[in-house]
Design a protein around this ligand. Sequence first.
Ligand SMILES: [Zn+2]
Length: 94
Amino acid sequence: MAVIVCSRCGQEKEVLGATAFYTGEVREKLLANACRDCWQEWLKVQLMLVNEYRLDLTDPRTDEILDQQVLAFFNLGEPDTPDLPGSIPPPHSE
Ligand SMILES: [Zn+2]
């Protein structure tokens, strides 16, 4: 079983394998840098984000948001993205 050094926890862990459902570049990065343990953590965070921001999973913008969030979670995001089309708005205040 292949191992990678996880970009989040910094430990040598088993690769994520086929559990990643992101696509394209994001998927490649996750497969090369994310461990299973941190991935499980991310799934919880993702669920929280979806609930918190009422993300519509059928909306392509949601994919962009989650792509950015997952990359940030695993410290893989590109810092030079000045105009974030998918940046998450602050929680609605009462
Ligand atoms: Zn990890």
